[in-house]
Ligand binder design. Structure first.
Ligand code: AMP
Length: 300
């Protein structure tokens, strides 16, 4: 069924309230996105549609999570295509607010999650996670879902939002969902359209390198050795500029001892990368969980 497009907060609230009134066992799922939807987004929508009677997809390029020199203005947008993906994946309501609907004036309230936002993307994108936490808390308040779905492609974001939901008693369950990849391994991203053909080819080094990480850890590598190996592999592609390559415990994003074999970790480990190809910044990661610390989403 064609999803209903809603652009006003008041109307969205009315639609959801009407649905809840009509169904005693009503369950509402929220999938927040910035649009230009791909199969990664579709997987979140499908999961929500399976687990909830009503799925609300939000499409909003949130200006306050972009830095001054980032790609807010040129971020890809295509409403017609997004509605087609939304329909195929099973969204019921598509919330597409304007910037003034979400921010009628400059907000004086910011939601900041401390401790989880200083490393990785938080270090290279100051203020980014404040913008994300603020807009997601607004969406959670507007929709009041039973569940909200987030992709582990942005594993740090999942950690930040889960912490925020716990700290601020949002009743929604935060549901992490696996990374969806192109057939050749590149993690799907709206930003992949920025890549020129040669950049696209070289960008494969991210998933190729990450797919080897479980084996390297199994072989007994320490953090220091792993980072040297990863950096070396990525640098084999001349267009790749590494922003960071880091290992963190997950979901608390703590540091691991640099000189102990990572396979001895008793906590899940996140190995995360941010790499630029020309003007395009790509992120990717692998999450490994003990005791095996070698099982991952790759190839399983
Ligand atoms: P974005 O539109 O990029 O802000 O992403 C919206 C949601 O989709 C976030 O929870 C992302 O983590 C998730 N997402 C984006 N790309 C992927 C992917 N390749 N696999 C799984 N989830 C994804």
């Amino acid at each position: 069924m064609t999803p209903k497009v809603v652009r006003r907060i008041a109307e969205l609230r009315e639609e959801i309230a009407a649905y809840r009134r009509a169904r005693a066992d009503a369950q509402v799922g929220l999938v927040p996105t910035m649009g230009y939807l791909h199969e990664g987004h579709a997987s979140l929508i499908r999961r929500s549609a399976k687990e909830n009677g009503l799925t609300v997809l939000s499409v909003f390029v949130n200006p306050i999570q972009f830095g001054p020199n980032e790609d807010y203005d040129r971020y890809p947008r295509d409403e017609a295509r997004d509605l087609q993906v939304a329909e195929e994946a099973g969204a019921d309501l598509v919330f597409m607010p304007s910037v003034t609907e979400m921010y009628p004036e400059k907000p004086r309230t910011t939601v900041r999650v401390t401790g989880l936002t200083e490393r990785l993307c938080g270090a290279s994108r100051p203020g980014h996670f404040d913008g994300v936490a603020t807009v997601v808390s607004k969406l959670l308040h507007i929709v009041q879902p039973d569940r909200a779905y987030f992709g582990l492609k942005d594993a740090q974001q999942v950690a930040v939002i889960s912490q925020m939901a716990a700290d601020l008693n949002f009743p929604a369950e935060i549901v992490p969902c696996p990374i969806v990849r192109e057939p050749d391994g590149l993690a799907m991203s709206s930003r992949n359209v920025y890549l020129g053909p040669e950049e696209r080819r070289q960008a494969l080094i991210l998933s190729q390198t990450l797919s080897q990480v479980p084996g390297w850890i199994e072989d007994g590598m320490t953090e220091a050795e792993l980072i040297v190996r990863i950096r070396g592999r990525i640098r084999s592609q001349p267009l790749a500029e590494i922003e960071y390559a880091e290992v963190a415990t997950y979901p608390d994003l703590g540091h691991v001892p640099a000189d102990r074999p990572l396979r001895e970790s008793r906590e899940p480990l996140l190995v995360a990368l941010a790499v630029r190809f020309g003007k395009t910044r790509l992120i990717d990661n692998v999450l490994l969980s003990p005791p095996e610390v070698n099982s991952s989403c790759f190839g399983k």
